[in-house]
Design a protein around this ligand. Structure first.
Ligand code: ATP
Ligand code: MG
Length: 432
């Protein structure tokens, strides 16, 4: 069949359709573009016996890059990788430059191949014709057919190349669309993350203002009464104590907020050194003794000397947070235990410090909120009650020291906080 609407035989039309179907299947399965293009190239080579075909793709810089060329010599493919389009740039570079098919029937005599003649001889190339691959009318690459001898493509070959070039253009367009979709997806995720961060920040600011308002209002109240009323010495002292307490509360919130901001920005100076956790634990017991007595709760240290890598001052701050929580929430006549442990089940080469209380425990559904700033899980701020910053700060500080802070709690049994920190190299060798 030479005339009529197509120059392909019925079998060939079937072969082209088969190939088309399998390309669609590959695209639907999300195969890599290079694999899809290779499949197209191989199919055309089968239909034009003796031919070698290639696809080159234009990159963002406007040069042609290797797309697929399974039977062309690797040396040839790498030599033309990076080809710049131009009026005398072989078949492919010229096809892109002109925006039309370029048929070079004899590479040795055609001026467009002058610069590539040695390459052609070396790799046994006699003829090459190349068609631009378009996606949405823009040229995105080329489809080339090589012959070992000078050759003029016939109508059948031209028709086959036309169809396969079209197939390649669908594959490239599909790949571009998929990339665009991925990029949009990544951008959308970034936007959502930024939005969440923004939301968290506004929530933080709202909660902070709310926290500061109460002590500020009491300062205003006490100041007013000192100014306007003729107070007895006792009431006067009470008002001054009230102002002093409220100021101390504000100061501690501001200190914690600044610490939190610094540690979250990675700007907290952390001086890591080997620190004996038992020494810090004993210092914590001494510092929290007044609170323990006021609550009628015992506080004890168990476990021996354990070296950990930490910033001494910050580790003390973390332990103070955990122990004062344990004491504040414990039932009277119970004991808070600080246990140092030379090895950690959770992480090899680590040591751990445990703070265990026999308080009311925290319901599972509230555990998520433990590390949310200003969230007291409904606990009353009370007189020595905190702002709800202690745990989030303790967690961030522990992480800044290369460790981890975890909390387990069972309602009716108590709460168990675990600080895990690295051991200094020598100490972890001993432990082994
Ligand atoms: N050992 C514990 N037992 C029971 N509940 C606890 C315990 N530790 C913390 N919580 C609960 O978690 C909340 C948050 O603790 P966190 O230490 O962050 O804040 P806070 O102690 O209220 O205030 P701050 O530590 O800022 O002074 C507490 O208000 C309390 O409801
Ligand atoms: Mg606390």
């Amino acid at each position: 069949m030479t005339g009529g609407p197509t120059t392909l035989s019925g079998d060939e039309v079937t072969a082209v359709l088969d190939r088309q179907t399998s390309v669609m299947e590959q695209l639907a399965a999300g195969d890599r573009l290079s694999d899809v293009l290779e499949g197209i190239v191989v199919a055309l080579e089968e239909l034009i016996p003796g031919s070698r075909c290639s696809v080159l793709l234009l990159d963002d810089a406007g040069v042609l890059r290797h797309g697929a060329a399974p039977t062309l010599p690797a040396g040839y493919s790498s030599a033309i990788d990076g080809l710049e389009p131009g009026p005398l740039a072989g078949s492919c570079g010229t096809a892109v430059f002109l925006g039309e098919q370029v048929v070079v029937t004899d590479v040795l005599s055609d001026p467009r191949w002058a610069a590539f003649r040695d390459l052609a001889v070396e790799h046994d190339i006699g003829a090459c014709w190349s068609s631009p691959i378009r996606s949405e009318s823009e040229i995105v690459g080329t489809f080339a057919v090589y012959d070992r001898r000078p050759h003029e493509p016939d109508r059948r070959e031209r028709e086959l190349v036309r169809r396969f070039t079209h197939l390649a253009s669908i594959a490239v367009a599909h790949d571009g669309a998929a990339r665009e979709r991925d990029a949009r997806h990544v951008a959308e995720l970034a936007r959502q993350t930024a939005e969440r961060a923004n939301h968290a920040k506004s929530q933080f600011v709202t909660a902070l203002s709310h926290e500061l308002r109460t002590p500020l209002q009491s300062i205003t109240g006490f100041t007013e009464s000192l100014r306007t009323l003729d107070l007895s010495p006792d009431r006067r002292r009470q008002a001054l104590d009230g102002i002093s307490d409220a100021s101390a509360h504000i100061l501690s919130i501001v200190d914690d907020v600044l610490d939190l901001a610094r540690v979250e920005a990675g700007a907290m100076p952390i001086a890591l050194e080997p620190v004996d956790a038992a020494v810090v634990a004993r210092a914590t017991v001494a510092l929290t003794q007044p609170l323990a007595e006021a609550r009628n709760v015992g506080v004890e240290c168990v476990g021996g000397a354990v070296d950990v890598v930490a910033d001494r001052r910050r580790l003390q701050q973390v332990l103070l947070n955990l122990v004062s929580n344990a004491l504040r929430f414990s039932n009277p006549d119970t004991t808070v235990t600080i246990r140092t442990e030379a090895s950690s089940d959770r992480r090899p080469g680590s040591a751990s410090i445990h703070v265990i209380d026999q308080g009311p425990g925290i319901p599972d559904e509230l555990l998520d909120r433990l590390f949310v700033p200003f969230d007291r899980l409904g606990a009353d701020a009370g007189r020595e009650g905190g702002a709800g910053l202690g745990l989030v700060l303790a967690k961030r500080l522990t992480e800044a020291m290369g460790g981890a802070l975890d909390l387990d709690s069972t309602v009716g049994v108590g709460t168990h906080a675990t600080i895990t920190l690295q051991q200094p190299p020598a100490a972890s060798d001993d432990a082994r």
